[in-house]
Design a protein around this ligand. Structure first.
Ligand SMILES: Cc1cc2nc3c(=O)[nH]c(=O)nc-3n(C[C@H](O)[C@H](O)[C@H](O)COP(=O)(O)OP(=O)(O)OC[C@H]3O[C@@H](n4cnc5c(N)ncnc54)[C@H](O)[C@@H]3O)c2cc1C
Length: 231
């Protein structure tokens, strides 16, 4: 059996209208919406960093991570990192039970094997839904370290996991730097998967650090830009 397989799975693209069944606050700027709907029959999300497209008008869509999916009961959970001036953010902040949303996808999933010696998951608030899901789905004893940039102490999240998890929270309000936090500790021994997501410039700097400065194998550094600060 080959080691550390990273495979791409395609799905039939389906558009659905789903209905909010629960709305809650995870932390002061993270809104969790749960959707229970018959139209979620057949929905598939095998990878923790899958994304669905949320359609607010026919030409305005945004990507979000299925934070949790319960296929048996057709329940999908999405977490929204709230921020000023965003269509998706504003919708999520005001969403109430009974509101509907058009979604499409996931179109495809990248499934990473669970056979790495360790996993580092790094990003800002927008990466937290994927990071939380990965931790919740991890098998017992798998070694995880996370570095997450959030506004402050109140924005940390409790996440249940069977994995061996070390969490580093980095606070924007304290002037802390995610890149500095990541730079300090040595990488664990063995083969490791580094997963990066968040603001474009932040992710670019982090990727450069792992690939160019630490010489971590490029195929084991998975980096995605989730949003961009205005120029
Ligand atoms: C694959 C993928 C998965 C994603 N999963 C999630 C997820 O599960 N949860 C989640 O919250 N986000 C997620 N994102 C990020 C999300 O799609 C973007 O943040 C998106 O721009 C939000 O749309 P909006 O309509 O609220 O803001 P927009 O209308 O796109 O942007 C308005 C303004 O806000 C700024 N902005 C956008 N996002 C942020 C932010 N987070 N913080 C501060 N300023 C911001 C923009 O620079 C712009 O100036 C994901 C992105 C990708 C590509």
């Amino acid at each position: 059996m080959s080691k550390h397989t990273i495979s791409r799975v395609q799905h039939e693209l389906v558009r659905r209208e789903i209905t909010v069944s629960q709305a809650e606050w995870v932390t002061p700027r993270m809104r969790r919406l749960t959707f229970q709907d018959d139209s979620l029959r057949g929905f598939q999300s095998p990878a923790f960093d899958d994304h669905v497209k949320l359609f607010f008008t026919p030409d305005c869509n945004r990507d979000f991570t299925p934070r949790r999916f319960d296929g048996e009961n057709g329940i999908l959970t999405l977490d929204f990192a709230l921020h000023p001036g965003g269509v998706a953010s504003e919708w999520a902040e005001n969403a109430a039970v009974g509101d509907t949303l058009q979604i499409g996808g996931p179109r495809g999933s990248t499934v990473v094997a669970e056979d790495f010696d360790w996993y580092w998951l790094i990003g800002d608030e927008t990466a937290l839904p994927a990071i939380g899901r990965r931790l919740e789905e991890a098998t017992e004893g798998t070694l995880f370290r996370t570095f997450v940039l959030v506004e402050g102490l109140k924005n940390r999240q409790m996440i249940e996991t069977r994995a061996t998890w070390r969490a580093n929270w980095i606070f924007r309000s304290e002037g802390e730097s995610l890149l500095d936090a990541v730079r300090r500790p040595p990488l664990p021994a063995g083969d490791g998967l580094v997963w990066l997501a968040g603001e474009h410039g932040l992710v670019r700097g982090l990727r450069h650090h792992f690939v160019e400065e630490r010489n971590h194998p490029e195929e084991w550094v998975r980096a995605s830009s989730y949003w961009r600060l205005p120029e």
